[in-house]
Design a protein around this ligand. Structure first.
Ligand SMILES: NC(=O)c1ccc[n+]([C@@H]2O[C@H](COP(=O)([O-])OP(=O)(O)OC[C@H]3O[C@@H](n4cnc5c(N)ncnc54)[C@H](O)[C@@H]3O)[C@@H](O)[C@H]2O)c1
Length: 448
């Protein structure tokens, strides 16, 4: 069923519940969306670049506190057909001047994690929708505040979780929706990415991998490393849980119920500093709290189990480590293989390649050339497209405020579990029970 028919049927059914803040009315695909940007660092610049390629977007204003980032962002405007925007840059709170503008409908936030909560909250208070980079907030209460603010203002909040749109992940979603894996039983994913070089960058060699962070660092090294000093838990759960959540129909008849996290000892970041900077480097004295391997298990209302791994401080090639297993078969991304009972060989892995192309999602079929060159293998195009298309039509964003909160709250829950000796922590139900009848809006057709 396509999205329009689906929406019509939902409206006609009357009793069906739509998980969507109130006051949203359905608008036109031909409208133009007026977007503001807060944070035009490396990630914000990619989101900006994709937005500037569109003719349905107007960008009246941008904000960042670093002149180098503003300069790079302005170059993008110069090389586009879009007029140069107003720049807000004077202080950490200049974003408030952007928020009072009446010519902005929605704001994209791509700042350090610790800023997301207040910026998103104030954006909705100012009557604007939010597209926010991963993560929502740092405490459980901050997640509740964002959900309640979205409900009370009727403004949508979408986490810009791009991995939901990865080509193979979307093909696997199609395979699941067609019942090929049978009933889902167990899913795995995570963030398994050696960030040591990303975290420790010398200003002089932005990608060279030094040992400095904070004031002396560049981009994420300026702020992300400090989280590894202060916190211990799954600090980056959404790339893994986002796609898995859509496969499990979380908030459309299913929900996360509880979580347990375990953290290993912390060695990787210290060893890296010693290796690169020597034992006498001042940062060799830093005591990192973040365990090198944080493993989280999540239970769901419908009886599936999920395993997430956060592994960013040890040498390893990148992989999100997806595994999707049901009563009739499974897919694993690490060996790019699939097994379907009575279809593929019972004792040998079959390459997933042909299956992935056979079940290519209609969105990818339609937009693969538009997505070419977009970040992270093209998936960044889709997440930006989804946010813009949904907001300009006044339709529900395919990743709701409830999805965003449930994915992101894994971090503070996992920190609590680790701090309390790896104990079981119940999941908050941000939907107040509405997950039972909530409708799925993610990737239903080839629109967004
Ligand atoms: N989805 C993805 O694949 C992906 C990839 C990279 C980063 N991210 C996320 O994007 C966000 C930004 O990461 P990044 O790599 O661009 O980091 P970055 O450090 O390059 O960019 C952050 C920008 O925010 C600006 N900033 C900081 N405080 C500000 C304030 N008070 N007002 C205005 N601007 C402020 C900084 O000057 C900087 O330019 C993070 O949440 C990160 O996790 C997501």
């Amino acid at each position: 069923m396509n999205r329009q028919n689906f929406l019509k049927m939902t409206a006609l059914a009357g009793t069906a519940f739509t998980i969507l803040p109130s006051k949203v009315v359905f608008g036109s695909p031909n409208s133009k969306l007026r977007l503001g940007f807060i944070g035009v660092g490396l990630r914000g610049q990619e989101l900006l670049r994709l937005s500037l390629q569109r003719s349905d977007v107007i960008i009246p204003a941008i904000c960042d506190v670093q002149p180098v980032m503003i300069a790079d962002a302005l170059k993008q405007f110069e090389n586009s057909t879009h007029p140069i925007p107003q720049v807000y840059t004077d202080s950490d709170f200049s974003y408030r001047d952007l928020l009072v503008r009446e010519d902005i409908d929605a704001v994209i936030i791509a700042t350090p994690w610790e800023w997301h909560y207040s910026m998103a909250l104030e954006t909705m208070e100012a009557g604007k929708h939010v597209g926010c980079e991963v993560i929502m907030g740092t405490t459980v209460n901050e997640h509740w505040d964002i959900v309640r603010k979205s409900e009370s203002t009727g403004k949508q909040y979408m986490m810009l979780e791009n991995v939901c749109y990865r080509r193979d992940v979307m093909a696997i979603l199609q395979i699941i929706r067609q019942g090929v894996f049978g009933e889902l039983i167990h899913l795995q994913g995570g963030y398994q990415h050696d960030l040591r070089e990303v975290k420790f960058n010398d200003g002089n060699q932005p990608y060279g991998g030094g040992v400095e962070f904070g004031e002396k660092g560049f981009s994420e090294a300026r702020w992300r490393t400090q989280h590894s000093v202060n916190r211990n838990g799954d600090l980056y759960p959404t790339h893994g849980i986002g796609p898995l959540s859509k496969m499990l129909d979380i908030h459309s008849g299913n929900r996360f119920t509880s979580l347990v996290s375990m953290a290993s000892k912390a060695r990787g970041l210290h060893e890296y500093i010693v290796k690169k900077g020597g034992i006498n480097h001042p940062n060799a004295k830093v005591n990192f709290k973040l365990g090198d391997m944080v493993t989280t298990m999540i239970s769901t209302e419908n009886g599936e189990t999920i395993l997430l791994q956060h592994d960013t401080s040890l040498p390893r090639p990148y992989s999100l480590g997806f595994r999707v297993q049901g009563t009739k078969g499974l897919w694993m991304d690490i060996n790019k293989s699939i097994h379907i009972e009575d279809v593929t060989n019972a004792h040998r892995w079959e390459e997933a390649k042909e299956w992935i192309s056979q079940f290519d999602h209609p969105l990818w079929k339609k937009y693969s050339s538009a997505a070419e060159g977009a970040g992270h293998g093209g998936m960044d195009f889709f997440v930006v497209n989804a946010f813009i298309e949904a907001i300009k039509r006044n339709e529900p964003t395919p990743i709701s405020v409830y999805d965003s909160a449930a994915w992101s709250v894994i971090t503070p829950l996992s920190e609590a579990s680790v701090a309390n000796g790896f104990t079981n922590v119940p999941f908050p139900d941000f939907t107040d029970g509405k997950w039972k009848t909530g409708k799925q809006y993610f990737a239903l057709d080839d629109q967004y």
